[in-house]
Every structure is written in structure tokens, then in C-alpha cells.
Write a protein that binds this ligand. Structure first.
Ligand SMILES: O=C(O)CCC(=O)C(=O)O
Length: 235
């Protein structure tokens, strides 16, 4: 049976986001958090630092401890993704593929998209490793904006975005919860006003490109096959 119902799929396509129906098992979340803390504390490159020099992001997550890849390809992730992307799915190594710590020091994250054009969109999954709410800066989205025109410039630069400030919605999530968004959806993290951390991991996925037969080392087939269906072999 498909992991998502036709109504859930339709809502995702209409609104550009969907809370995945399941929550990751707690022991997987704890294992992942431990691995993230270990690499943050040991400052294992590549990392991103805040203005105080503190490591707040570890990049290239899936080439770190096996738990990163295990969570990114868990059945609770790939089953619903299969409902949205079909049977052949790639994990993208050069967009997202990071774990982030948001603390009181960071400003509210700017609203942005993850890709420039709707014909090249990907699907982003944000894995919440701690509960997120209004106080610790849950993700903010503007529903339906994945249907608005693409951008030629910065992913933060959308000429019409200011008109939509009143339409921003917060999306609180439980620990272990997962939010899938169409990456054209305007979104961004809120401000963490608490003394605690707000830890998350972000991954990007795509259907296998059936008309590309050039192996792409920045993509990993995580479900199904790397099919090729170009017509250059059957004139
Ligand atoms: O954590 C969030 O709320 C947003 C994450 C995000 O936009 C990203 O990782 O690119």
C-alpha cells in the first residue's frame, strides 16, 4: 500500500509541504544527535561557524558516520517519498546534506527557496532532532509559493516576497518529525529565543533523471534503479 494517500499527495502538490505521517524512532534520533554532537565538538570539516566562531553546521553529512545515511534512507522517509517521486529516487549530495544547530546567537534565518526554477525542483526533507516550536524557532513557510515564478538570481531574492509577509506560517514539529517541502516553497527557520539548541538535518531528493545516462557522483540512487530511457539508442 502506498505510504501517502491520494489526499496527502494532492495537498502536498497544492500547498508545497507535508508533515510526514511518521516520526523517526527515538533511538535513531538519539544516535544521530550523538554523531552530530561528536563532529561539532571535534570540529570535523566541512563545517559552518556563526559570528562567534562556534560550529553551527556540519556539511557533507552522508559521508560521515553511517547513521546519517541510515536516517536519510530510512523506510519512514523513502516510503512516503516514493508516493511523491515514484519508484526511482536519488539523494542529492551537493544541496543540503547538512545538520544544523540553531542557538540563541543566530538571527532568524532568511526566507528563501532551495532551487531557482520549478522545472528543476527537488524535494527537501527537514528532520527535526529536537521538538521545534515558536520559542525555539520552528520552520516558517509561505504555503503555495512553489507555484510562483522562478528566480534568475539569489535564492533569497524574490521580488514579490515582501508582499507575502502576512502569509508566513510557523510549522511546529515534534522530535523525530519530518517535513517534506517542494524546494521552490518559500521557507526559513525562525529565531531560537531559548537557551537550548534546536537541531535538525536537511536532505534533498529527486526522481532519477530518466534521460540522463552520465553518472553523477553528486547523486546516490537510494531506492529503485538508475534507469535510462533516452531515445538515442532506438532511432
Ligand atoms: O531548519 C529549518 O527550519 C530550515 C532549514 C533550511 O532551510 C535548510 O536547511 O536549508
Amino acid at each position: 500500500m502506498p505510504a501517502l494517500s491520494p489526499s496527502q499527495i494532492q495537498l502536498f502538490r497544492h500547498n508545497g509541504f507535508l508533515r510526514l505521517p511518521s516520526v523517526l524512532p527515538d533511538e535513531r534520533v538519539e544516535e544521530l544527535k550523538n554523531a552530530i554532537w561528536q563532529d561539532i565538538n571535534n570540529e570535523v570539516e566541512p563545517v559552518v561557524r556563526n559570528a562567534d566562531g562556534q560550529v553551527v553546521r556540519i556539511s557533507n553529512a552522508i559521508d560521515r558516520a553511517p547513521i546519517f545515511y541510515q536516517v536519510a534512507t530510512h523506510d519512514l522517509v523513502l516510503d512516503p517519498l516514493e508516493s511523491l517521486l515514484g519508484p526511482n529516487i536519488e539523494l542529492i549530495k551537493n544541496r543540503h546534506n547538512h545538520a544544523t544547530l540553531r542557538t540563541k546567537t543566530e538571527k532568524e534565518g532568511g526566507l528563501h527557496r532551495d532551487v531557482k526554477q520549478w522545472s528543476r525542483t527537488i524535494f527537501t526533507i527537514i528532520f527535526y532532532l529536537e521538538e521545534t516550536n515558536l520559542e525555539n524557532g520552528c520552520t516558517r513557510i509561505v504555503p503555495g509559493t512553489h507555484h510562483l515564478p522562478g528566480t534568475g538570481g539569489s535564492l533569497y531574492d524574490m521580488a514579490w516576497a515582501n508582499e507575502l509577509n502576512d502569509q508566513i506560517l510557523p510549522v511546529p514539529m515534534p522530535k523525530g518529525g519530518m517535513l517534506v517541502i517542494d524546494s521552490m516553497l518559500v521557507h526559513g527557520p525562525g529565531k531560537n529565543t531559548t537557551p537550548d539548541t534546536r537541531m535538525s538535518m536537511t536532505m534533498g531528493y529527486h526522481s532519477v533523471d530518466e534521460i540522463n545516462d552520465v553518472p553523477n557522483p553528486k547523486r546516490v540512487v537510494v531506492r529503485g534503479d538508475g534507469i535510462y530511457n533516452g531515445n538515442d539508442q532506438n532511432y
